[in-house]
Design a protein. Structure first.
Length: 222
């Protein structure tokens, strides 16, 4: 990787969407090794198999302003519904084709204004662990990727599309494997990856500790 610097997107990585490309290729590496049964197993992203998630990530590399507007209109401006419809449509493509498309466009910058690299890194990284954790596969996210995800989820306004901003209010989040913390209040601490997965509603709170875990658990259940 090149020289580290603070980028405008918040990723702090020199290069044209370099970290996003690494995450997309890592996802491809993970799912490429799955057998047929695993391809049809539900991931931690409710209702989505690895094939669906792959289709979703390819959709992100194909999005343009007109295609996004069209998808939103058809889905009554419900972004999650638009994403679900796109995943269902694109998952009709053979997985070999989708894998090739994802790798070919891995470093492709978003065509949507205001869509930062850190958002694509976070979305892809979460889905990598959605697959690994659901299928019991080994592998954790790299520390730089985790830091980008943590920063995006706690400071970027676009994070509202993947988590409820109220989840983190009044909590002090502390990554025990990184020099990273955020917020004030009751403490929630643990590995950065577990904090990331918990903030977006995945079952990882049991990996965390601190007097704020009960509050976080209650908020996630509501």
């Amino acid at each position: 990787m090149g020289v580290i610097r603070q980028s405008e997107s918040g990723c702090g990585v020199t290069g044209e969407w370099e970290l996003a490309g690494q995450a997309r290729n890592e996802f491809a590496d993970v799912v490429e090794e799955l057998d047929d049964d695993q391809w049809e197993t539900e991931t931690l992203c409710p209702g989505w198999t690895p094939h669906d998630v792959l289709a979703h990530l390819v959709w992100h590399t194909e999005l343009t302003i007109p295609s996004l507007l069209g998808a939103m209109v058809r889905s009554r401006f419900d972004l999650q519904r638009a994403a679900n419809r796109a995943a269902a449509d694109l998952s009709q493509r053979p997985r070999v084709q989708l894998l090739g498309e994802l790798r070919e466009r891995a470093n492709k910058k978003s065509s949507i204004p205001g869509a930062p690299e850190s958002g694509s890194v976070t979305d892809t990284a979460i889905h990598i662990q959605d697959v690994r954790r659901a299928l019991g596969l080994d592998g954790m996210l790299g520390p730089e990727t985790v830091r980008v995800c943590l920063d995006f989820l706690t400071t970027n306004r676009n994070a509202r599309y993947v988590m409820d901003p109220k989840i983190k209010q009044g909590l002090r989040l502390v990554a025990t494997d990184l020099d990273w913390s955020f917020g004030d209040g009751e403490t929630v601490e643990g590995h950065g990856e577990a904090i990331v997965m918990s903030l977006v509603g995945r079952p990882a709170v049991s990996e965390l500790s601190g007097d704020g875990t009960a509050t976080l658990t209650t908020r996630l259940a509501s």
